[in-house]
Design a binder for this molecule. Structure first.
Ligand SMILES: [Zn+2]
Length: 463
């Protein structure tokens, strides 16, 4: 059943959005109806105004009968399609703002936001904050925002709280941040201490390391939560920051192309997507729809939240493990890593083996013996850049001349394993046990005798 009144005004949409986002069983049904209505509007808008979508969508999307369940019939929008059809994808020439995404390649791809879209977002978030603030008498949070300069222009949408924006580019700014963090503020209706920090993962890490380098007394500030946007927060770094800051660390998954963000759920430790996007999971080998398990996330951004450059069935190249009905907030998506950095292959009669890069990164990040790539090595104030970098390892699949299939991990250590054989032997056993625990698809294939696992330690400088 569609809700014909849903799109009438941003305030009405905000009311329905809040109801569809609650941790209640009834909200799951409301979210489905919300998405179904917005999907029809999304398809009509894209077909009418975008040359690209007119060539890939069936004309039947205009008659209003397209159901949510039919979404997998629409072709995927890959990153290559997006970059190759920048002009054809856009709905009109009314660009209000240009954003971009660098991804893992470092080459920016453009994301256009239209004036109408920006105007809608401002009205919608203003209404949303009105609803959320109306239910509490508490002062608004005081937020330290570490500027994100990686994604182009920022949409100035009203959010709950008062923001102090800064960057981390020189010692002057670091001194300012230490001052902001430890000095009481007097802003009417706003908390008198900074309670929240938001920033990209690397910015939050950088700030933490620089403050450690300054022998900063973390107990002098009153941070309650830190939103770490983008980047995979390893469990070691999460624990470290939680302990130092005495705060909740909330990783945030976000994508510029689809205008979405999802906070890691405090109940289940996974991600749930807001009702303004439709998440799907596809098999990373065959690209067929999946209802549970390890797969690639596909996201559809919904009208009117996305207008200038529609993103319908955008293949994110991010791997997630989907579990149904585990949490009151809906389907749980647990992040596994980037498709391009993971090892994925199909075995006969089994679901694909998916060895997510984030899963292996998380295991190795916890081991100080493992060598790391230096990170932040060109930035001032960082004395030990190895503590932040990613672990040095490779994983490959090889089938030898006898047809024996194996997955081989080569891991560089901080020392030559020949010189510390007992230490290396214990470490190998520990890492192998964790890989088997954390990668069930590989463990199952091993139990079936279909694949072996090899783990080789290498001395410093090998990889
Ligand atoms: Zn949850």
């Amino acid at each position: 059943m569609q809700d014909e009144t849903l799109l009438e005004d941003p305030e009405n949409l905000a009311v329905k959005f809040v109801k569809a986002s609650l941790p209640e069983l009834e909200s799951r049904e409301l979210a489905k109806r919300f998405r179904a209505t917005l999907l029809l509007a999304t398809l009509k808008h894209a077909y009418t105004f975008s040359e690209y979508y007119r060539s890939v969508l069936p004309v039947s999307v205009l008659d209003g009968s397209f159901a949510l369940e039919n979404l997998p019939e629409i072709p995927l929008l890959t990153k290559e399609s997006l970059c190759g059809h920048v002009t054809a994808l856009r709905t009109s020439g009314n660009t209000g703002l240009l954003q971009y995404t660098t991804g893992t390649t470092g080459i920016p791809s453009s994301v256009y936001r239209s004036n109408l879209e920006i105007s809608f977002l401002k009205q919608f978030y203003s209404s949303l904050q009105g609803i959320l603030n109306g239910s509490t008498d508490n002062p608004s949070p005081l937020i330290l925002t570490l500027a994100n300069l990686y994604h182009g222009n920022v949409i100035d949408i009203p959010l709950n709280g008062y923001r102090i924006s800064t960057g981390l580019f020189d010692p002057v700014l670091l001194n300012q941040i230490m001052y902001w963090l430890t000095t009481p503020h007097d802003i009417p209706g706003v908390e008198n201490s900074i309670s929240t920090i938001t920033g990209l993962y690397q910015s939050v890490q950088w700030l933490t390391i620089m403050l450690i380098g300054k022998d900063f007394d973390f107990s002098k500030c009153k941070i309650k939560r830190i939103y770490s946007v983008g980047g995979f927060v390893t469990s070691r770094w999460k624990r470290l920051m939680e302990t130092l800051w005495s705060a909740e660390i909330i990783p945030v998954y976000s994508l510029t192309e689809v205008f979405t963000h999802s906070n890691c759920c405090l109940l289940c430790g996974s991600y749930h997507f807001l009702p303004n996007v439709i998440p799907e999971l596809i098999c990373p080998v065959e690209q067929t729809p999946m209802t549970e398990g390890d797969g690639e996330l596909v996201l559809t951004g919904l009208y009117p939240f996305i207008q200038g450059q529609p993103a319908i069935r955008f293949a994110t190249r991010d791997l997630f493990h989907l579990t149904k009905n585990r949490c009151l907030y809906g389907d749980s998506f647990e992040y596994l890593g980037r498709v391009d950095h993971s090892l994925i292959f199909k075995m006969p009669d089994l679901p694909p083996v998916v060895i997510g890069s984030a899963v292996i990164h998380d295991i190795l990040d916890n081991e100080p013996d493992v060598a790391t790539f230096p990170f932040f090595d060109n930035l001032p104030g960082i004395y030990d850049n190895g503590t932040v970098g990613k672990p040095k390892y490779t994983m490959t699949r090889r089938v030898n001349s006898h047809g024996i299939d194996s997955v081989r991990f080569e891991i560089e250590l901080q020392y030559n394993p020949l010189f510390y054989q007992e230490q290396a032997r214990k470490l190998k056993k520990k890492i192998l046990r964790k890989i088997c625990q954390k990668v069930p698809s590989l463990n199952n294939a091993m139990k079936e005798g279909l694949v072996n696992i090899e783990l080789v330690f290498r001395p410093p400088g090998f990889l």
